[in-house]
Ligand binder design. Structure first.
Ligand SMILES: Cc1cc2nc3c(=O)[nH]c(=O)nc-3n(C[C@H](O)[C@H](O)[C@H](O)COP(=O)(O)O)c2cc1C
Length: 179
């Protein structure tokens, strides 16, 4: 059965990888709506997300074209929510219950009867920072599916843990909920 997938992105270089996954989900017939932080738009254009998903992108809560309250209606619409890439900033904000951008607000309106996945993507020090580790532990405790990050060469030139999984690896985690 085809699913409604709410696909969210935050401000990381790994946004370009997420496009591949969005495209795959759409090709498989799932209905995908995208939302992102304003910082994500420094890494990927809204027209790209709109073009891939065939739907408008939610990134400005106060620029709504109709009478829908999108952070509520999108959360209700979604069968499954995915945040990839998830920055250190958004992970820490989510764990603190802050809702001051579209993605963190969508998280706070999420109904935990449905799955919420995050794929962390960041520099090794940001990933291993006690704040980020504690935030991820808290999110897991709440029922968020926090995906592992890979070790390897990072965009900044460092080598270590924090690289976002490849799109096909993220897809494997989602598969159970896409059926
Ligand atoms: C070139 C560049 C690459 C970045 N890559 C990452 C990243 O992969 N992960 C991360 O957590 N932050 C990264 N940052 C920092 C975030 O973009 C920054 O913390 C931002 O405030 C995150 O905002 P958001 O979580 O609202 O999208 C990067 C910044 C720059 C300038």
């Amino acid at each position: 059965m085809k699913k409604n997938v709410l696909f969210m992105l935050s401000g990381s270089i790994a946004c370009y990888k997420a496009c591949n996954l969005i495209s795959r989900l759409v090709k498989e017939g799932h209905s995908v709506k995208t939302a992102c932080t304003k910082n994500a738009l420094n890494f990927i254009g809204a027209p790209t997300l709109a073009g891939l998903s065939g739907k408008s992108v939610y990134y400005d809560a106060f620029a709504q074209k109709d009478d829908k309250i999108e952070h509520i209606s999108l959360s209700k619409w979604a069968d499954i929510a995915v945040l990839a890439p998830a920055t250190a900033n958004i992970i820490n904000k989510m764990a603190a219950g802050i809702a001051d951008d579209c993605v963190s607000t969508l998280f706070l309106s999420h109904d935990f009867k449905k799955p919420f996945f995050i794929a962390p993507a960041m520099n090794k020090n940001m990933y291993l920072h006690p704040a980020t580790q504690a935030a991820m532990a808290k999110l897991k405790e709440w029922g968020v599916r926090v995906l592992p990050a890979e070790k390897g060469r990072q965009a900044c030139g460092d080598n270590g843990e924090g690289r976002m999984l490849e799109p096909r690896q993220i897809y494997e985690f989602l598969l159970e909920y896409l059926k």
